[in-house]
Design a protein around this ligand. Structure first.
Ligand code: FAD
Length: 359
């Protein structure tokens, strides 16, 4: 069996990894470069139980465990580590000391109060998202997968039209038995090719600082001078850098992922927000100023499963804020679905048929 995976983000490469473990012939088709979109520019924060009580619970718990076993078993380093996670309150307008419940890490501003510990090394972890996504692809290639650089432009169908026959990449046809749409927010382009629900992109900005503080991940509630409330996230990484995100963007998703750029003034605003929490961090050298789009669906849950009515067509996208966490379990489940016809996890909450096809 030959399977084409459209998109080289964390979802596409995780599927490639698990399919390659099953000796399936895999080709990943990526337009701009592995991990060039959200999967290389996200926080890489992982939580064992933060999806509990939602339909994501079994997927997230399984994936958190898989992240641990992948880090322990594969000979690649993507900065996986268990961390404590703190809730922090800061305001440019009022004294927040009444929220202080714990001592602050030394690198935080005196005005920033640690409100509580919301994760421990037993329940929260971090990865470098670009390194993880590239590692999944590298190991898949070691197992025989192929990476094709190109733009997927369409899906070929059988003469009867009820099954997949191949993909069109830069005007060239590649014959395959199955196709997985895993193009993140750009999966919406596949609605022209297959009966799929829409996926949207929600933009966020981020900065990577050349700064190595103590390792806690921080979830911050911040009130700015003009009274706006925002929620930046701060993830120090073991490579001596610190990632900060939290400023949404307004721009519509460009058709070409290479055209995703920060909006005017956004990076400076995010740096100023960072300075309210940690002047020391905000004054460090900036290594990357970036933006990306997380893929979201109409009901907020991912699409993971068969495309209704077209044999051999599958989709895995719409993972929103938890794509890095849920990549491995999505990859494992999709490989099981494609090879065995059924997955160990109940994928019914994510069945693409639950939502109307976009036209
Ligand atoms: C600011 C921010 C912070 C985040 N932090 C976290 C976090 O801490 N933890 C967490 O779990 N999740 C986090 N997320 C969410 C996570 O990053 C995403 O859910 C995840 O990266 C989505 O992966 P993907 O593979 O579906 O899509 P993407 O990473 O968008 O990959 C899709 C790929 O498809 C390619 N493509 C598009 N069109 C075509 C085409 N026509 N042909 C071929 N290839 C194509 C693109 O080039 C791209 O590489 C964050 C997201 C954002 C925006």
């Amino acid at each position: 069996m030959k399977v084409a995976i459209c998109g080289g983000g964390v979802i596409g490469t995780s599927i490639a990894y698990y399919l390659s473990q099953r000796a399936i012939q895999v080709v990943v088709i990526e337009r701009t470069g592995i991990a060039n979109a959200a999967s290389g520019k996200s926080g890489g924060f992982l939580a064992h139980d933060w999806c509990d009580g939602s339909p994501l619970e079994p997927l997230a718990r399984r994936s958190f465990a898989l992240h641990g076993s992948l880090a322990a078993s594969l000979d690649q380093d993507w900065g996986y580590r268990r961390v404590d996670t703190l809730s922090v309150v800061a305001s440019a307008r009022q004294d927040v000391s009444r929220y202080r419940k714990m001592a602050s890490p030394r690198w935080l501003a005196d005005e920033a109060a640690v409100h509580g510990q919301i994760g421990t090394a037993a329940t929260t972890a971090q990865i470098n998202p670009a390194a993880f996504t590239n590692a999944m692809m590298a190991v898949a290639i070691e197992n025989g997968a192929e990476l094709v650089s190109g733009c997927v432009e369409g899906i070929m169908r059988s003469t009867a039209g009820d099954s997949v026959a191949g993909v069109v990449v830069d005007s060239t046809e590649i014959t395959v038995d199955a196709v997985v749409i895993a193009m993140g927010p750009w999966s919406v382009l596949a609605c022209d090719w297959l009966p799929l629900p829409a996926t949207h992109g929600l933009k966020g900005h981020s900065i990577v600082f050349d700064y190595a503080p103590s390792p806690e991940s921080l979830f911050v509630e911040l009130e700015t001078e003009d009274g706006q409330r925002t929620s930046p996230e701060i993830n120090p990484r073991p490579d001596g850098t610190t990632y900060v995100c939290g400023l949404p963007g307004e721009d519509a998703l460009p058709v070409d992922p290479a055209h995703v750029i920060p909006e005017p003034g956004a990076i400076e605003t995010l740096r100023q927000m960072t300075a309210q929490v940690s002047p020391e961090l905000a004054s460090a050298n900036i290594l990357a100023e970036q933006s990306c789009y997380r893929p979201v669906t109409q009901d907020g849950l991912p699409l993971i499963g068969r495309v209704p009515g077209i044999a051999g067509a599958y989709v895995a996208t719409g993972h929103s804020v938890w794509g890095m966490l849920n990549g491995p379990a999505t990859g494992e489940a999709m490989a099981e679905l494609i090879v065995d016809g059924t997955a160990r996890l109940d994928l019914s909450p994510f069945n693409p048929a639950r939502l109307p096809a976009y036209s």
